[in-house]
Design a protein around this ligand. Structure first.
Ligand code: CA
Length: 235
């Protein structure tokens, strides 16, 4: 079945352009021109991913990102005309999975959407197949790399965004080794423009809040000053 994307964008031209490209790639597409419409659609339709413009007539996209993230791990790609790094970092901090700055390359957008939805494509197919069978277990925790879920020792699932999951999976695959911020950036982002140490720090702090008993005194993901981060796994 076709994956269902929701385009939240008040500019009809951009909306039409996005829809044309995404439909050509086989996606089902719905539209919202305002934050209110977006929330109404989310309540009635099964959406797989949101493309969210930050500048909407009624609500700020950042506020909407937070609202969606508060209730689900639905992938969100923020699309913004704002050039400031702060806005993009704020979007990621609030739980967006990725962002693009207008004007964007539609082909790049399609690739990012496919990537977030975990579609295998071209040379990535082998990697996806390998991931589907593996799980990492530590101290009662279980990371299912294929299902992209993390289960707490108590048995409850922890909701991570795609970026948070990729970061945590990269750390957990290399227990007790120091990973540099550069290495982690490669694991979570393919966007050179987005590359920033601050992005990794933001994501680390989000993951810690979800998995550490005391996020301010982390025991699982520790900071190695001047180097990066290390995932601690007891032998
Ligand atoms: Ca707009």
């Amino acid at each position: 079945m076709a994956e269902h994307l929701l385009i939240v964008e008040d500019d009809e031209l951009v909306q039409a352009l996005l829809a044309a490209y995404l439909k050509a790639e086989g996606f089902k597409v719905s539209y919202a021109g305002t934050g209110k419409e977006m929330l109404a659609i989310l309540n009635t339709e099964a959406i797989d991913l949101i493309l969210l413009d930050l500048g909407l007539p009624d609500e700020d996209g950042l506020t909407l990102t937070r609202q969606v993230r508060a209730r689900s791990s639905l992938p969100i790609v923020v699309i913004t005309a704002r050039k400031g790094r702060e806005d993009r970092l704020a979007a990621l901090e609030l739980g967006a999975d990725d962002y693009l700055t207008k004007p964007f390359d539609p082909e790049e957008l399609v690739l990012r959407v496919q990537n977030l939805l975990g579609r295998s494509r071209g040379d990535g197919a082998g990697e996806v197949a390998a991931r589907n069978n593996s799980a990492i277990e530590f101290d009662g925790w279980k990371i299912d790399l294929g299902g992209r879920t993390i289960t707490h020792p108590s048995g409850s699932d922890i909701m991570l965004t795609n970026a948070e999951f990729n970061l945590f999976a990269a750390l957990a695959k290399a227990p007790n080794r120091v990973l540099s911020r550069d290495f982690l950036l490669d694991a979570v982002s393919r966007d050179d423009e987005a590359s920033s140490d601050r992005l990794i720090d933001v994501l680390i702090s989000r993951v810690r809040k979800k998995i550490e008993a005391e996020p301010k005194k982390p025991k699982l993901i520790v900071t190695v000053p001047g180097c990066g981060y290390k995932f601690i796994s007891a032998p």
